[in-house]
Design a protein around this ligand. Structure first.
Ligand code: SIN
Ligand code: CO
Length: 367
């Protein structure tokens, strides 16, 4: 990728602050998917796909998976097919995402690819995501606006801004890329057949983090003792909850505390938790010795659907947490960063057993 500035400059001047158009960010960009292959993925149960059509001024939304025959009946213009999580199916998509590793992978969501014939798009809208919109085949006209008016078209099946006011517009060609911070209004319209690659970075809401963290904490909270009131006073109203009782319970609940370590463990598990439609295919059973032979010869890589992060000596993979021994840590961190490990001739026993277990779960594969 040609960023036209250092990643450091990008972070300090643009990331989460303002849009950036980068002409020819990927000078020789070659689509690694055809529109037919994208349609094929949209027929799969494991892919999350949508068709958005505009017919006689009305927006229509259909959710996948689709029957193949659906694609034969589409109009010539004004529709788009969008497929999420392309990186779970296509190795080249993971390579593309790796080019964005100047942003931590804890912020990464997925790669969405859309195909649209002339006029197609999802209308003017906001996203709660940071997104890099990379133009593949064809051209797309992008209109953007820093408007705060978020009124939506009534009764539309998707969120479309009612009063979109174009402030800037650009025609993106293959290899051009537009970065948009969250909540920045945008509208992409296909100019002829067009494929767009959306590299999305998630920004979880405070409420989502709180709800998930409280759930995590609930499973790990084990308070001792019973409510006790040896100092109980006579009450005029037996039905009244006394001020003393509220005070005692408030004091008991103050025993619920957490440290940054707990927040880190929660984040690692939450952020690597596979989405509900993701499954891992277990490979054919293999003895530990044979596994070590292949590890020494081929090395391993993360399965396309695996997500791995680390914090200190804690390693998180697909919602699970392991505390790695010191000697294994650099290699595990390398696996998390680069998604692969070159052949390892003499792994520590701990590392070999861990990788073996992950291989049996379908989390890592041989390269
Ligand atoms: C697209 O149509 O590919 C772009 C989706 C978006 O605007 O987020
Ligand atoms: Co968008």
């Amino acid at each position: 990728m040609k960023l036209t500035m250092t990643p450091q400059q990008f972070l300090s001047e643009y990331w989460q602050k303002k849009p950036l158009l980068i002409r020819q960010a990927f000078p020789d960009f070659d689509d690694f998917l055809t529109s037919n292959e994208l349609a094929g993925l949209a027929c799969e149960e494991a892919a999350q796909s949508r068709l958005v059509l505009k017919q006689r001024g009305q927006w229509k939304l259909e959710a996948g998976p689709f029957a193949e025959s659906r694609f034969a009946k589409l109009p010539k213009k004004d529709w788009t097919l969008l497929v999420q999580g392309i990186n779970h199916f296509v190795p080249e998509a993971v390579n593309l995402l790796q080019q964005f590793n100047f942003i931590p992978s804890a912020r990464l969501d997925d790669l969405m690819v859309s195909y649209a014939p002339d006029g197609g798009g999802v209308g003017p809208h906001f996203d709660s995501y940071d997104v890099f919109l990379l133009q593949g085949q064809g051209k797309r006209l992008w209109r953007i606006s820093d408007q705060t008016d978020s009124a939506l078209v009534k009764d539309a099946p998707l969120k479309i801004l009612q009063n979109f006011q174009t402030q800037q517009e650009w025609l993106l060609e293959t290899g051009d890329m537009l970065y948009l911070p969250p909540q920045y209004a945008h509208w992409g319209i296909a100019v002829g057949d067009c494929m767009t690659y959306s590299i999305g970075f998630r920004a979880p809401s405070a409420q989502e983090l709180a709800t998930e963290f409280l759930g995590y904490l609930q499973e790990r909270t084990h308070l001792q003792g019973l409510y006790a009131d040896p100092d109980l006073q006579l009450q005029t109203h037996p039905a009244q909850i006394s001020v003393q009782m509220v005070g005692k319970v408030a004091a008991m609940l103050q025993a619920i505390t957490w440290q940054n370590q707990d927040v880190a463990s929660f984040l690692g598990q939450y952020l690597t938790e596979p989405k509900p439609h993701i499954f891992f295919a277990s490979p054919q059973r293999l003895s530990f010795d044979k596994f070590c032979g292949r590890l020494a010869h081929d090395g391993v890589c993360l399965a396309l659907t695996s997500q791995m992060l680390f914090y200190g000596d804690k390693v998180f993979i697909n919602g699970e947490c392991v505390q790695a021994e010191l000697v294994a840590q650099p290699l595990l961190q390398q696996l998390a960063d680069a998604r692969f490990l070159s052949p390892i001739k003499t792994p520590s026993d701990d590392l070999a057993r861990l990788l073996y277990q992950w291989h049996q779960s379908g989390y890592v594969l041989f390269r």
